[in-house]
Design a protein around this ligand. Structure first.
Ligand SMILES: [Fe+2]
Ligand SMILES: [Fe+2]
Length: 262
């Protein structure tokens, strides 16, 4: 704490203890800002907002420019991006999604199943892990048949719960990753029980069946293989994903500009 601040605090009627606490709080907040500021926020580039000599500015003066707008380290996106553009410029390589959809296609499943497999982990591809099935379903909801988004939401819980009747076992990888005694949260079990009785249960179950075998390092699948399926089943808005004013447009924009300061 600076001496000047300390005496100013005392002169302002604060006790020595209050001044010390206020200083500690300010230092803690400053540290959080410094440590929490993603490194990509410090990228300097002409034309960006300058944080010059503004003592109220997060990070203070002299740290260059704050990340707003197109991030020069990421591939440029078209003005009206389609789902395919997101796959190519943001989600790539997305091998797991491509392999999963490839398995569904090879097995002769209809377009909606292929699309559901292609998009089932779209939230992971776009940067959200917790409850990714829920996030992914929400992201695509306005653009796909209800069955597809329902199934993607449901795969979140169905992944944890085996169904030997259709050959789905609890993933061995989960034992490795979460421990042998891991138990899904009650809300996951409740969601599973709900999904189990639903008319679209098998749609979601097929996602999980094609999911577990879609981690083959030797298999290569091209995005272009799914262009027709996407054309038939995904309603790309004419304004572009992120710019159609839908309830999820901001989520797509966050994928376009993931490092914007605000
Ligand atoms: Fe998943
Ligand atoms: Fe997956």
């Amino acid at each position: 704490m600076q001496r000047r601040t300390f005496f100013a605090g005392l002169a302002g009627g604060m006790s020595a203890m209050q001044v010390a606490e206020a200083a500690e709080e300010a230092a803690s907040a400053k540290l959080d800002r410094e440590v929490g500021l993603p490194w990509m926020c410090d990228v300097a580039d002409a034309g960006r907002r300058i944080r010059a000599n503004d003592p109220t500015d997060m990070g203070g003066a002299g740290r260059g420019l704050t990340m707003m707008g197109d991030d020069p380290r990421l591939p440029s996106m078209p003005e009206r991006p389609t789902l395919m553009d997101f796959f190519k410029f943001r989600f790539a390589p997305a091998n797991h999604l491509l392999q999963s959809a490839n398995l569904a296609q090879k097995a002769g499943h209809p377009d909606k199943i292929v699309l559901a497999c292609l998009l089932h982990d779209i939230a992971l591809a776009s940067g959200t892990r917790t409850d990714h099935g829920y996030w992914g379903a929400q992201l695509i909801e306005p653009y796909v048949d209800e069955e597809v988004s329902w199934a993607i939401r449901a795969h979140q819980s169905l992944k944890f719960l085996p169904d030997p009747a259709v050959g789905y076992e609890y993933p061995r990888s989960y034992v490795r990753m979460f421990g042998a005694d891991y138990k899904p949260e009650p809300y996951i079990v409740a969601a599973y029980e709900e999904a189990r009785k639903h008319k679209w249960y098998m749609t979601a179950r097929l996602i999980t069946l094609n999911d577990v075998y879609a981690f083959d390092p030797k298999v290569r699948v091209s995005f272009d293989q799914f262009e027709d399926v996407i054309g038939r089943t995904f309603r790309n808005p004419k304004e572009g994903l992120g710019f159609d004013g839908s309830s999820v447009a901001h989520m797509w924009r966050s994928v376009i500009w993931p490092n914007n300061y605000l």
